[in-house]
Design a protein around this ligand. Structure first.
Ligand code: ADP
Ligand code: AMP
Length: 217
C-alpha cells in the first residue's frame, strides 16, 4: 500500500507516520528527514536544501523529486511506503504518480490531517527532536520521561533550526499557497480522506487506521 500523509507543518504527520509504519510494517519516507540527514552529512544536496529550509521555503521540485525517486527505488520500499511531507506541490504529486506508475503502483490513500493554525504554532514551538534517531516529542503534549533525553535511544533532544517563530509562520504560509491545493487535487481523484488532527496522538492514530482499513477493503 502507498499512503500519503498530507497536512500543514506541525499537523502530526511525522508522529503518526512512525506509528503507522509499525502497524503496517512499511517504511516511512519523509522528505524533511531525508533533507536533514543530507544537511547533517554536509552533502551537496544538504547544502542546496539548507538555503531553502532555513527560510521556510520549499526546496525546488526537481531536487526533491530526484531525492524521493532514489529512496523509492530501494528494496525496502517494494511493498509500499508511508510518505510524510511529500508531495508538497501539484508538480510533485504528478511526479509521484509517474514514479509509482513505473512500478505498477499508485497512491492508494491520501490522509489529510486537519489542524487549526493556532494549534500548529503551539505544536511547532514546543517540538523537540532526537538528534540521534529523529523521534519527535512535545514539551507539553508529548513529553519525554527524562528531560532532554530520548525515551527510545537515549539521544539528546534538540529544537529544529527551522522552528523559530518567523520561519514557522513562513512555512505555514507556504503550505497554504503551495501545498493546500493538493487537498482539492486528491479529492477530485477520489482518494482523499480527512482526519481530525486536533485530538490526542492515539485518537488521531485510531482514525487514520480506520481510514486506511476502509481504503484496503
Ligand atoms: P509534522 O511532521 O506534521 O510537522 P510532528 O509529527 O513533528 O508534525 O508534530 C509536531 C509537534 O506536535 C511535535 O512536537 C509532536 O510531539 C506534537 N504532536 C503531534 N501530534 C500531536 C497531537 N495529536 N496532539 C498534540 N501534540 C502533537
Ligand atoms: P518537514 O520536516 O516536513 O517539516 O520539512 C522541513 C523543510 O524541508 C520544509 O520546510 C521544506 O523547506 C523542506 N521540504 C520537506 N519536504 C519538502 C518537499 N516535499 N518539497 C519541498 N521542500 C520540502
Amino acid at each position: 500500500m502507498d499512503i500519503v500523509l498530507l497536512g500543514a507543518p506541525g499537523a502530526g504527520k511525522g508522529t503518526q507516520a512512525e506509528l503507522l509504519a509499525e502497524w503496517l510494517s512499511l517504511p516511512t519516507v519523509s522528505s524533511g528527514v531525508l533533507f536533514r540527514e543530507a544537511m547533517d552529512a554536509g552533502t551537496p544536496l544538504g547544502r542546496r536544501a539548507k538555503e531553502f529550509i532555513d527560510r521556510g521555503e520549499l526546496v525546488p521540485d526537481e531536487v526533491t523529486v530526484d531525492m524521493i525517486a532514489e529512496r523509492l527505488s530501494r528494496p525496502d520500499c517494494a511493498n509500499g511506503v508511508i510518505l510524510d511531507g511529500f508531495p508538497r506541490t501539484v508538480a510533485q504529486a504528478r511526479a509521484l504518480e509517474d514514479l509509482l506508475g513505473r512500478m505498477g503502483r499508485q497512491v492508494d490513500v491520501v490522509a489529510y490531517i486537519e489542524v487549526p493554525t493556532e494549534v500548529l504554532l503551539q505544536r511547532l514551538s514546543g517540538r523537540w527532536t532526537c538528534s540521534q534517531c529523529g523521534a519527535v516529542y512535545h514539551e507539553t503534549f508529548n513529553p519525554e520521561a527524562v528531560e532532554g533525553v530520548c525515551d527510545s535511544c537515549g539521544g539528546k533532544l534538540v529544537q529544529r533550526e527551522d522552528d523559530t517563530p518567523e520561519v514557522q509562520r513562513r512555512r505555514i504560509e507556504v503550505y497554504n499557497e503551495r501545498t493546500a491545493p493538493l487537498i482539492a487535487y486528491y479529492r477530485e481523484q477520489g482518494i482523499l480522506s480527512e482526519v481530525d488532527g486536533d485530538q490526542g496522538v492515539e485518537a488521531v492514530q485510531h482514525d487514520l487506521r480506520a481510514v486506511i482499513h476502509a481504503a484496503r477493503s
